[in-house]
Design a protein around this ligand. Structure first.
Ligand code: ATP
Ligand code: MG
Length: 424
């Protein structure tokens, strides 16, 4: 029987990488706190309808990318492809409209999309997601953009391109849609196949098609900004003013429309030239009609999601620091089987004192234990042998300098703690 491997498009985040993720998530959590966002844990699957109605029937995500299945009772459920719809569902279901507005939440976890796997694109991937619900204030849009940039700055990322646009609202979108269709109609047959099907259902998306032929055709096409209604137009001016005020370097990309239907007004993306084809690190914007599309009362909202794999990839490309890799502080080396219990006692005392410590479980010789301790990255080897036991001491060897000294049995933990070489 052949052994079972992981399904296509999913990855194991092995320990040599997971500590980097921990750093990214730590920085995210601290930045969230500094901006007044509270963490929420949401379910990994939801009713399929939440996404088909919330994200939009004509989006790539809903049309082609969802993992949808029936449970044993015949309900249609879907593994979440994104978090905004679940956030808004939770906001409505838990009557967060009764709280002080906007309600500012964040979450992190795996998302699922049936896509063609390649570098930076997986079928299970992680996002960090921030949402501010219950406010129209353009300065809340500014805050979410600033928050994402602050996270990236704290992670040491550079060379990021931040692009914003306004995609309007149900008042001005139809005006733009018509102008765009009028512009494209004469050359409809020259558009790529996908864009031809978008022409009636979702012409806006034609603007961000990457196909060179489509790009050439849409050069000079009416953009959303030129069709904005007064309200959207002044909202967008305020957003730009706010971004100026906080000194955020952003440029306007009139082609930016984003893949999800629910966006209104502000749309934005953060791109990294170090990622290759999958260059979007982060995407977000305002979604004032999402709540209504899933059956709730009108609830404005704005937020963003960033892909953790792509953040880590970009950080690696740019040589960013992930902090210190958590390694062992101490490896307890036991010279004789007969005193193993003494070694175990020391091991557990060290661990209780908050010192990361381990011991050999595979019967290695005294010498091999030392070698293993050295290779494990531990700062110290703590040797427990018959002489140490009879003198009530432990030989503590600094594995970097090779320096070695006798430490009274009761002082080992504090000697390591105060050594300046504790890892964790
Ligand atoms: P893309 O244009 O790359 O398909 P998207 O617009 O579909 O991205 P969003 O829905 O905005 O992506 O999700 C926000 C972020 O999540 C993206 O900017 C990206 O960093 C990450 N992301 C999206 N899809 C994937 C995936 N399949 N694998 C890894 N990360 C992803
Ligand atoms: Mg996508």
């Amino acid at each position: 029987m052949s052994s079972i491997s992981a399904p296509r498009g999913v990855r194991d985040i092995l320990p040599d990488e997971s500590w980097k993720w921990e750093h990214v998530l730590d920085v995210t959590a601290r930045t969230a706190k500094d901006f007044g966002y509270r963490e929420i844990h949401l379910p990994v699957f939801e009713h399929t309808e939440l996404f088909s109605r919330g994200v939009g029937e004509t989006t790539d995500v809903v049309e082609k990318e969802m993992y949808t299945f029936e449970d044993r009772a015949g309900r249609s459920l879907t593994l979440r492809p994104e978090l905004s719809a679940s956030m808004v569902r939770s906001y409505l279901e838990n009557r967060m409209d009764k709280l002080h507005q906007p309600v500012k939440l964040w979450s992190a976890g795996p998302m699922f999309r049936y896509e063609r796997p390649q570098k930076g694109r997986y079928r299970q991937f992680w996002q960090i997601d921030f949402e501010a619900m219950g406010s129209q204030d353009p300065y809340v849009d500014v805050e979410t953009i600033a928050l994402s940039l602050e996270i990236f700055k704290r992670l040491g990322l550079s060379r990021l391109e931040v692009v914003v646009n306004s995609v309007g609202c149900p008042v001005c979108r139809p005006v733009h849609r018509e102008a765009l269709q009028d512009f494209l109609r004469p050359r409809l047959n020259d558009l790529c196949e996908t864009c031809q099907t978008r022409f009636d259902r979702n012409p806006l998306r034609i603007l961000d098609c990457k196909n060179p032929a489509c790009r050439e055709i849409t050069d000079g096409a009416p953009d959303t900004i030129s069709c904005l209604c007064d309200e959207c137009s002044s909202h967008f001016s305020e957003v730009r003013k706010g971004l100026d005020t906080i000194g955020a370097a952003v440029s306007i990309d009139k082609r930016l429309v984003r893949g999800l239907d629910y966006y209104t007004k502000t749309a934005y993306e953060v791109l990294s030239g170090d990622l290759g084809a999958q260059n979007a690190v982060c995407g977000g914007g305002r979604y004032d009609n999402l709540a209504e599309s899933i059956g709730g009362p009108h609830t404005p909202g704005v937020g963003f999601a960033a892909g953790v794999e792509r953040i880590v990839l970009t950080m690696e490309q740019q040589g960013c620091s992930f902090g210190r890799q958590p390694l062992l502080d101490a490896f307890v080396v036991c010279s004789e089987e007969g005193i193993r219990d003494e070694a175990f006692k020391l091991l557990y005392e060290l661990r209780s004192a908050g010192i990361a410590a381990d011991i050999d479980y595979s019967g290695r010789s005294f010498k091999a234990q030392f070698k293993f301790a050295g290779g494990s990255g531990a700062s110290f080897a703590c040797v427990v042998g018959p002489e140490e036991v009879s003198s009530g001491s432990v030989t503590v060897k600094d594995l970097q300098s090779g320096e070695q000294r006798q430490v009274a049995r009761g002082d080992v933990a504090s000697a390591i703690m105060t050594s300046g070489h504790k890892n964790g």
